[in-house]
Design a protein around this ligand. Structure first.
Ligand code: DAH
Length: 338
């Protein structure tokens, strides 16, 4: 075979090898095979000096061009992460495709979004406050006295004597009222922390949504109207509610809101512990003592507040039986939410 034919056949063989490259280790093999010391091309190049003068120039040029061509093509393949896209002949169309999983919104985030959206529709705006709070905002300005059980080390995470992880979202009420004059109409979603034994019903980190409306002439009837609108929209139009007298240091009067069990239609089932009712939030009229702390004129303004546990609401609505499920990141749960 003439040197010229030899070069052509090396070029053809190289092209065939390159077409079937699947991995970067194969690229290395091909490099050794076509450019290594024992490769046919190296042999051709070595023989150039012995060729008759008229062929020396031509063959030398062709062989060097091929060497450059091979080097360039191999590094081009390597630059596309060493794997060449298989051509049609090598592509197995019957292989299953790679499924790209779509991310989901966490059920807790989703519940917060749904609740907030309903209150946006009723003119509320979002307010936020820090997770790490002072005793003043979390307790004192909310009229929670020094000897109140919630202040016990057993129930509250203390950072220092005076700094704690907030045990509820109610301190956002105080911060908002300090920074603006009435009318105030806010909801405040966020994380809360309590030093509790972890169980199916309670976790040390959980979420609440707080609500606050202060203006001239706000009454308990307004509170009832807003909560009734929320209940029907979130739990369904047939849901009934009742307000049960209760006590919170920062509201007077205080109440808890129960709704008819949407699972059994209030007939009585394990979810509602056979009572037909489910408790979903605490609420009341802002205690005038709280207005004194933030410098609002309690003769002039009245207001209502409410607070609900997000995990509880989400568990009720979606029949999740254990609060710890929200923090396990088990895809079988998470994938059920859009
Ligand atoms: N902060 C209370 C809790 O964590 C819930 C609550 C009750 C908030 C009544 C309120 C309210 O705003 O008016 O148990």
């Amino acid at each position: 075979m003439s040197a010229r034919d030899q070069i052509q056949s090396i070029r053809d063989e190289f092209a065939r090898s390159l077409a079937s490259v699947q991995s970067s280790s194969q690229v290395d093999e091909i490099r050794t095979k076509f450019l290594g010391r024992k490769s046919p091309l190296t042999t051709v190049l070595r023989g150039v000096k012995d060729l008759p003068p008229d062929e020396k120039r031509e063959i030398g040029k062709l062989a060097n061009e091929l060497r450059l061509e091979i080097e360039e093509k191999l590094s081009a393949v390597e630059n596309t992460r060493g794997v060449k896209t298989p051509d049609a002949a090598h592509f197995d169309y019957t292989l299953p495709g790679r499924v790209r999983k779509v991310g989901r919104i966490h059920p807790i985030t989703r519940t917060i979004q749904d609740i907030c959206r309903i209150f946006f529709g009723m003119g509320f705006e979002v307010a936020v406050g820090p997770d790490i709070e002072t005793d003043y905002y979390n307790f004192e300005a909310l009229n929670i006295p020094k000897d109140h059980p919630a202040r016990d080390m057993q129930d509250t995470f203390y950072v220092t004597d005076n700094v704690i992880l907030r045990t509820h979202t109610s301190p956002v009420q105080i911060r908002t009222m300090e920074s603006q004059q009435p009318p105030v109409r806010i909801i405040a979603p966020g994380k809360c922390y309590r030093n509790e034994a972890i169980s199916a019903r309670s976790n040390i980190v959980f979420h609440q949504v707080e609500g606050l409306y202060v203006d001239q002439g706000v009454t308990f009837a307004d509170l009832k109207g807003v909560l009734s609108g929320f209940v029907k929209e979130y739990f369904g139009p047939d849901t009934k509610m009742k307000l049960r007298a209760s006590f919170f240091p920062f509201t007077e009067p205080s109440a808890e809101l129960d709704i008819t069990c949407f699972r059994c239609g209030a007939k009585g089932c394990p979810l509602c512990k056979r009572t037909g009712w489910l408790e979903i939030l605490g609420c009341g009229m802002v205690d005038p003592a709280v207005f004194e702390y933030v410098g609002y004129d309690s003769e002039r303004y009245t207001g209502y507040a409410f607070g609900m546990g997000i995990e509880r609401i989400c568990m009720l609505k979606h029949r999740i039986d254990d609060i710890r499920r929200f923090y396990e990141n088990d895809l079988r749960l998470l994938e059920q939410f859009l």
